[in-house]
Design a protein around this ligand. Structure first.
Ligand code: NAP
Ligand code: MG
Length: 402
């Protein structure tokens, strides 16, 4: 068979620990035999980040701006324990945070659904994609403990020195206060990323806040979404046959539980933090969750939602058998290849991505799976495979489909 051609390289961001092992296996067994793979390689493994004073992370984000599409392996965000383990010069920042700041993107997380892994919410038959605003609110808040009676106010001083004041509370005893902010710019980027992604994936977009109570703060989110929708997206949505829908956050939660899924749920920062863990858990497994960073300017970075699976890596280093699930990482590759195919008009590449995804799902639905899925699958004839065996099983299914 002739290999499938690519024209523009993907930005390839390699990573750490067990996912770095998976990365190599996926390339060797599932990509290189079939695709004339073109990538521009950036090693985001912690050793090389340390060696380059994290420059490689910045370079990889800039390359994503140049080429438009990146695929990223999970990476270690260093903590105190990693300092001696990797002999680090500094406690380097989270690569995901650095890349997100440069691309100004929103993170979209969606579950991969397979027969036998039943969601806890029985009517969720289609994926629910959570889009979490990644800037501000309580995550950039300032807080104060009020020790005793006194007056607390919000004060804004403009560049001319003019003050505007708003009473928070006249305390007659101890209490607490919190100040937080957001930026219209950031909310606008968030809105555009969500509208673009809805168009890209032909799914409805839901957005919810508490604007009835928060008449200025949350209401501004609602207004910005509505204005951008009316001015830039309404016609496109109508043409695509999809809907933008705003409601109150408590109403949204109730509707989500009753729904069958199949839409994007845009959430403010805190709501997204909480709801993404709920949705991910209800769908069954973090190892079956993909993550996409999409920028309002049309840059895409695909990855798995889970981390580097450290515990499995230490077993691997000791020569023990592992059974690590590669599905989310494979879907990061297929997402990136499909997007590359779409941008470069390469239908064969897009078909290959579809078939590789189908091979993953068919393999699991035929009863061959890794340990994490084996524990929760309701299939009767299921078999637990180790890391390499499972990837080879997917390859066999894929060869049958090509
Ligand atoms: P993790 O890598 O997500 O793993 C947590 C646990 O979840 C694992 O120990 C494993 O459970 C299970 N698990 C996750 N992915 C799995 C898979 N593909 N197959 C099978 N089981 C899977 O989180 P962590 O161990 O807390 O973090 C490890 C490192 O990842 C940290 O250094 C962190 O900074 C980094 N991290 C990176 C990203 C990213 O790059 N996007 C995201 C999160 C965390 P069992 O051990 O019970 O089998
Ligand atoms: Mg959380």
């Amino acid at each position: 068979m002739e290999k499938i051609k690519m024209t523009t390289p993907l930005v390839e961001m390699d990573g750490d620990e067990m996912t770095r092992i998976l990365w190599k296996l996926i390339k060797e067994e599932l990509l290189l035999p079939f695709v004339d793979l073109k990538t521009e390689y950036y090693d985001l493994g912690l050793n090389y980040r340390n060696e380059t004073n994290d420059q490689v992370t910045f370079d990889s984000a800039e390359a994503t701006k140049k080429y438009g599409v990146a695929v990223k392996c999970a990476t270690i965000t260093p903590n105190a324990a990693r300092m001696p383990e990797y002999n680090l010069k500094e406690m380097w920042k989270s690569p995901n945070g650095t890349i997100r700041a440069i691309l100004d993107g929103t993170v979209f997380r969606a579950p991969i659904i397979v027969k036998g892994i039943e969601p806890y919410v029985k009517n969720w038959t289609k994926p629910i994609t959570i889009a979490r605003h990644a800037y501000g609110d309580v995550y950039k808040g300032t807080e104060m403990k009020i020790p005793a009676a006194g007056k607390a106010e919000l004060v804004y001083t403009d560049t001319n020195g003019t003050e505007t004041r708003e009473m928070i509370h006249e305390f007659d005893g101890p209490g607490i206060i919190q100040g937080m902010h957001n930026l219209n710019n950031s909310i606008e980027s968030f809105a555009r990323s969500c509208f673009n992604f809805a168009l890209d994936t032909k799914q409805d977009l839901w957005f919810a806040t508490k604007d009835t109570i928060s008449k200025k703060y949350d209401h501004t989110f609602k207004d910005i979404f509505a204005d951008i929708y009316e001015a830039e997206y309404k016609e496109k949505f109508e043409m695509a046959g999809i809907e933008y829908f705003y409601t109150l956050i408590d109403d949204a939660v109730a509707r989500v539980m009753r729904s069958e899924g199949g839409y994007i749920w845009a959430c403010k920062n805190y709501d997204g933090d909480v709801m993404s863990d709920m949705v991910a858990t209800a769908f069954g497994s973090l190892s079956m969750m993909t993550s996409l960073l999409a920028s309002p300017k049309g840059y895409y970075e695909y990855e798995a939602a889970h981390g580097t699976v450290q515990r499995h890596y230490y077993k691997y280093l000791k020569g023990e058998e592992t059974s690590t699930n590669p599905i989310a990482t494979i879907f990061a590759w297929t997402g990136a290849l499909r997007k590359r195919g779409e941008l470069d008009n390469l239908p064969d590449l897009m078909t290959f991505a579809d078939k590789l995804e189908k091979a993953c799902i068919d393999t699991i639905e035929n009863g061959e799976m890794t340990g994490d899925l084996y524990l929760i699958s309701t299939l009767e004839n299921k078999k637990k495979l180790n890391t390499e065996e499972f990837i080879l099983a997917i390859r066999k299914t894929l060869e049958g489909l090509l």
